[in-house]
Design a binder for this molecule. Structure first.
Ligand code: ATP
Ligand code: MG
Length: 582
């Protein structure tokens, strides 16, 4: 907490006036209903996410605006206007209707970030389907667990991926049809239950009467990242669009002329809430890049498409930092005006690196699959306290609770981060797990499972996941604090910190460290890193044990899996590793 705040100064110095110009005023006056009139709604108070994201723009000049610039792995380029996507999703809705899909049926996508993935997800929402987007990097078991759990009826995938899951299809009796997107790879021979996307789309009408869903109808099922254990099927309803829209506007600060890039895959909630619904309900042009991470590649995307607002994640930022400060200098990144990050705690070092390299800080924000949209954030107008997640979004009341979840703790005390229940994009269920769902609510609070501190000015500071907080010699230490100091060391690219059992101190702190390019592992370097932590941390928080690793185990959404570091270190069972990024 000992970093100087980053001052934002007067709004008049901004390239565009922020959508949120007075935080306090907005907080004091805000009601979720205020957002309702920004959306179009259907007759009789019905609401459909796909309608708000696409169809409503068809009656305005936004129709002919580019919604999606798509760049494929191999450099292919495509672009789609809002009007194009509205028509394509109508066709797909007709395809699904032809296959017998009706309201409430689960429709899964399992493919790379190709335009058909977006068409399928939004088309499925138009028939009232419940969409389940899956990472294309999932293995067969991960697909089986998820489709099996909520009885997926339709799977949209590609020839390559369906080949990898043929062996599990017999285990999925509820699966009625598999739609194969060939995308130019003609010659695939359709098998049992399989139909061709291209063929069916070719014969489908562009007219479709959207199913009038209720705001409480199920719309999305996202399985969580699996960082702390077996992923849970988090269910969201159509009303979630109110939250997606509002936060994309006021936190991501999207403006009509922006070119926006969210680097998340739709297999993770960030890739739908802010890679589809948030930007498109605001009528914003976005870039989707199918390829994977690469510092130069990513900078090229920003340069080529003139990205102005960029939403990414701490792991990616740390990898960009690892690649060095010279790489961005080779690109014209002057289009950028606003940077945001989510998914893990953002080390202060990374916030400041944004300032150094792009001339602007990264704005951290916090939320979860369960919350559906951003809950705590740093805003364009507000000073940033590096290392803090920021302040609550309008209409959101977070609290820090004691260990019994009964009492709210005063500023400065560490406790359980909870949210007053009741916001539009709040999850409505864990699929098939009603008790687990109930157990997350106590006395009108939703218990997030994270620990945090609130300061005197209402800024929230992440401590760690409740499961990851370390008890050493009677002191509680959050891994984030230790990891943040470790990554400040010039040689350290990434750090994961756990507690390992100790006969005297109960637990001692152990750090796993991966090095930046150009550094060699050595005893001496390890000693130097330990010494460095002693200068910056209280002695109880300093790692006693340390190991170098070439990289840390992470989920496909890019989160460090501390439970796996621990299981491997202690020789314990690894538990669910379906989301592990190999
Ligand atoms: P699982 O629930 O299966 O263990 P997960 O919690 O990682 O997985 P997500 O919903 O993708 O699944 O992630 C939400 C969690 O990510 C938060 O509860 C928090 O621990 C972490 N997180 C997200 N954003 C931030 C942030 N800005 N700062 C700190 N932690 C964050
Ligand atoms: Mg979680």
């Amino acid at each position: 907490m000992d970093y100087e705040p980053i001052r934002k100064g007067d709004v008049s110095g901004f390239r565009v006036a922020p959508n949120l110009s007075d935080y306090q005023k907005a907080i004091d006056r805000f009601q979720w209903e205020d957002i309702h009139s920004d959306l179009d709604w259907l007759d009789n108070g019905k609401l459909n996410i796909a309608y708000e994201a696409l169809d409503r723009h068809v009656n305005s000049p936004v129709r002919d605006k580019v919604a999606l610039y798509w760049e494929g792995k191999g450099g292919e380029e495509e672009k789609y206007t809002f009007g194009d996507l509205s028509r394509l999703t109508n066709r797909f809705a007709n395809v699904l209707t032809g296959l017998g899909v009706t309201k409430g049926d689960r429709v899964f996508t399992y493919m790379d970030r190709i335009p058909e993935a977006f068409v399928s997800l939004l088309g499925a929402l138009k028939v009232g389907g419940v969409i389940g987007p899956l990472f294309s990097a999932f293995g067969p078991e991960a697909v089986r667990d998820r489709l099996g759990d909520c009885e997926g009826k339709i799977l949209v995938t590609t020839p390559k991926l369906v080949n990898t899951i043929h062996e599990i299809l017999d285990d999925l009796p509820a699966l009625e049809s598999i739609i194969i997107v060939e995308r130019g790879e003609a010659g695939y021979e359709l098998k049992n239950k399989e139909v061709s996307y291209e063929r069916l789309m070719g014969g489908a009408s562009e007219e479709f009467e959207l199913v009038a869903t209720d705001r409480e109808d199920y719309a999305i099922i996202h399985y969580t990242s699996g960082t702390t254990g077996k992923p849970k099927g988090v269910v969201h309803v159509h009303e979630a669009i109110v939250g997606h829209y509002a936060t994309a506007k006021y936190v991501l600060d999207l403006h009509p002329d922006d070119i926006y890039w969210c680097t998340a895959d739709p297999g993770w909630v960030t890739g739908t809430s802010y890679g589809i619904f948030g930007p498109w309900s605001n009528g914003i042009t976005q870039v989707v890049y199918e390829g994977g991470f690469g510092a130069s590649r990513w900078y090229k995307v920003i340069e080529k498409y003139k990205v102005s607002v960029w939403y990414t994640a701490p792991t990616a930022i740390r990898m960009l930092m690892k690649a060095g400060d010279e790489v961005p200098k080779k690109h014209d990144l002057s289009s950028l005006r606003y940077l945001c990050s989510v998914g893990e705690p953002l080390n202060p070092e990374a916030v400041l690196w944004g300032e150094k390299v792009f001339g602007m800080p990264f704005h951290d924000n916090w939320w979860q699959t369960e919350t559906g949209c951003i809950k705590i954030a740093n805003y364009p107008i507000q000073d940033i306290r590096p290392g803090s997640m920021g302040r609550p979004f309008m209409g959101v009341t977070p609290g820090i609770l004691d260990d019994n979840y009964e009492k709210e703790l005063p500023p400065g005390e560490e406790g359980h981060l909870a949210l007053r229940a009741g916001w539009p994009s709040m999850f409505r269920a864990y699929w098939n797990k009603p008790e687990l769902y109930e157990s997350r609510f106590k006395g009108g609070w939703y218990i997030t499972g994270d620990k945090a501190i609130k300061d005197e000015d209402g800024y929230f500071w992440f401590v760690g996941r409740a499961d990851d907080v370390i008890n050493t010699g009677g002191h509680l230490v959050g891994p984030f604090e230790v990891e943040s100091v470790l990554v400040e060391h010039p040689a350290v690219a990434e750090a994961g910190v756990i507690g390992v059992p100790d006969p005297i101190a109960m637990e001692v702190i152990m750090a796993f460290v991966s090095l930046k390019d150009g550094y060699e592992e050595s005893e001496e370097l390890m000693r130097d890193i330990k010494k460095f932590t002693r200068k910056k941390l209280h002695s109880v928080a300093c790692p006693r044990k340390m190991k170098f690793l070439p990289g840390l185990p992470k989920t496909k959404s890019g989160k460090i899996m501390r439970r796996l570091l621990k299981a491997r270190e202690l020789g314990l069972p690894e538990g669910d590793v379906s989301t592990l990024e190999e």
